[in-house]
Design a protein around this ligand. Structure first.
Ligand SMILES: Nc1ncnc2c1ncn2[C@@H]1O[C@H](COP(=O)(O)OP(=O)(O)O)[C@@H](O)[C@H]1O
Ligand SMILES: [Mg+2]
Length: 272
């Protein structure tokens, strides 16, 4: 299990025209071992950039990320990613997708087979082992993606809009699955989502980011995830406290989006 320390991370992208984008400004965040943190913010506020820096796909322009005290300098098996879609090998079977990591790592086939069977049971895909992934629905594919990530047994799981492409009902079911997996495996999870409901329901802590430059503007401690483990998540979403917090967060995000649109209108007029 792993803790994550995001130590005043900044990111500037250099553009081909010589300009630059200030994508992250001094982002500081400590995530304790086994914590589930959700991150919410209007598009362009640097969520994906931050996750890619923690994953080690991008090097920050300033600051550092440490996982269990070790500075991140590239991708590693201690951190698993789950993307919105498209990261599976569609022509391979469910089983081969899930065993891909352990196979690459040279793990014994017999051990891997038992582990894969167990994981497919956890995500409700027993019986689909030999199906090629392209034949599965979107929700099932995301369950394969979760199982594949868990097969590598990373201490940290990084999720970028993992349920974003699913229909509403499937998405609700998958939220329950993510909650259960988090509870059962004790993984440290960073979850990026566009859905305020999802962020509130799943996060023990909710981080709100704002753009230009991307930064953290507010943080909530929440116990809806704990509640949703004990009762129907839909009931939790209907509680007064949930609805009140949802409205508060929604208006915050809306006003940021309005400010962005105003900003764009001004820049467009200026450059017209
Ligand atoms: N490779 C890149 N080159 C230049 N600018 C980028 C690149 N990736 C992202 N950006 C810019 O950085 C900002 C943050 O982007 P991103 O991290 O994708 O935000 P989010 O995931 O919150 O929508 C945006 O203004 C985006 O246009
Ligand atoms: Mg993004």
């Amino acid at each position: 299990m792993s803790s994550i320390e995001i130590d005043t991370v900044s990111m500037h992208y250099t553009l081909p025209n010589g300009g630059s984008v200030h994508a992250l400004d001094n982002v500081a965040l400590d995530i304790r071992q086994g914590e589930l943190v959700s991150i919410l913010g209007p598009s362009g506020c640097g969520k994906t950039t931050l996750l890619n820096i923690v994953a080690g796909f991008l090097a920050p322009s300033g600051g550092a990320v440490r996982v269990d005290g070790q500075r991140v300098t590239g991708p590693g098996p201690d951190r698993g990613m789950v993307f919105q879609q498209g990261a599976l090998f569609e022509w391979l079977s469910v089983e081969r997708n899930v065993s891909f990591g352990p196979d690459m790592a040279g793990k014994k086939k017999s051990q891997t087979a038992a582990r894969v069977a167990e994981l497919l049971k956890v995500v409700g895909l027993t019986g689909f082992e030999s199906k090629p992934v392209y034949q599965l629905s979107g929700g099932m594919q995301q369950r394969v993606a979760l199982a594949r990530c868990l097969a590598n047994d990373p201490g940290v799981i990084l999720m970028d809009e993992p349920l974003g492409a699913l229909d509403a009902l499937t998405r609700e079911k998958m939220q329950g699955l993510v909650l259960r997996l988090w509870k059962e495996t004790g993984k440290t999870i960073m979850l990026i989502t566009h859905s305020v409901e999802e962020a509130l329901l799943l996060g023990e802590r909710l981080i709100i980011m704002a753009p230009r430059p991307g930064r953290i503007v507010k943080e909530y401690r929440l116990d809806f995830a704990e509640q949703a483990l004990k009762q129907d998540p839909r009931k939790v979403k209907a509680t007064q406290e949930f609805v009140r917090t949802r409205e508060e967060v929604l208006s915050m995000i809306w006003s940021m989006e309005e400010a962005i649109m105003g900003h764009d209108a001004v820049t467009e007029t200026a450059s017209a």
